[in-house]
Design a protein around this ligand. Structure first.
Ligand SMILES: [Mg+2]
Length: 259
């Protein structure tokens, strides 16, 4: 099979914390040398693409800003398409709110005036935030999550991610979100297709997570490659319904897929 494009996850696939995963920089260079166009897609909603260019560059991955997007980019795009003139009540970190402001989106703290609620990872999430979410959603406004990741890998141990905050809000409001962005959402797939405009079967999706990376590849009709350098171990893989086309120990083994 000749591949034209590759969607590559970041955390657990090419870096752990700020350090490159052993073998992965060589695998990335191998993809580029084979003429395969690469695109980094992260489900971290708190950082915009330029921050990733710096972080990836420091870890040995040479990349331009237009070759990276995040769950923050996906959520911003969705909100610009559907909530351009709305006042958004956000449970999220400053890095997410900065992306909304840069895109001209308007935010509010007024639970009685908000047109939609956005929920995301917030390391200062507390009881007051749950009250805010409850009162806003009592008015039956749209409820949007930035990404489904319940836990995210950190240098020491896994920590709660956006999915945990979204679940807490969904629990108190007794309703599910109307949309959850990031991988594997339709909006993320649209953004991949625009940047890698090749037949889906000519594209690879490489990542460490079954329910986001591999699910996106399956939904988009792309060839899926799970790397065992991140959150998915053998037990998780065996108990899941999601079946990647290829399983590698790390990105450095990509020759087994591209030949
Ligand atoms: Mg990952």
């Amino acid at each position: 099979m000749e591949f034209s494009g590759a969607v590559i996850d970041v955390d657990g696939t090419v870096v752990r914390g700020d350090d490159p995963i052993p073998g992965a920089p060589a695998g990335y260079r191998r993809l580029r040398a084979a003429g395969i166009e690469t695109l980094f897609v992260s489900n971290n909603p708190t950082k915009a693409p330029p921050a990733y260019v710096d972080r990836l560059g420091a870890a040995g991955y040479d990349v331009d800003a237009d070759r990276v997007f995040t769950a923050g980019s996906v959520t911003t795009r969705y909100l610009r398409e559907r909530h351009r003139d709305d006042d958004l009540l956000c449970i999220g970190e400053a890095g997410l709110l900065d992306q909304f402001a840069d895109a001209g989106l308007s935010t509010t703290d007024d639970v009685d005036a908000a047109d939609a609620l956005v929920a995301s990872i917030d390391r200062e999430f507390d009881y007051d935030d749950l009250c805010t979410a409850l009162w806003a959603l009592e008015r039956d406004i749209p409820f949007i999550g930035t990404d489904p990741d319940v836990v995210i890998p950190a240098p020491e141990r896994d920590v709660p991610g956006s999915g945990a905050v979204i679940s807490a809000v969904a629990g108190v409001a007794e309703r599910e979100p109307d949309a959850v962005l990031g991988k594997p959402s339709d909006t993320a797939i649209e953004m991949v297709r625009e940047r890698l405009p090749y037949p889906p079967e000519e594209c690879l999706v490489v990542g460490d997570r079954l329910d986001t990376d591999i699910a996106l590849g399956e939904r988009a009709g792309m060839t899926t490659v799970l790397v065992r350098s991140g959150v998915t171990d053998e037990a998780v893989l065996e108990s899941s319904d999601v079946e990647p086309d290829h399983v590698l120990d790390h990105l450095g083994e990509i020759d087994r897929v591209i030949g």
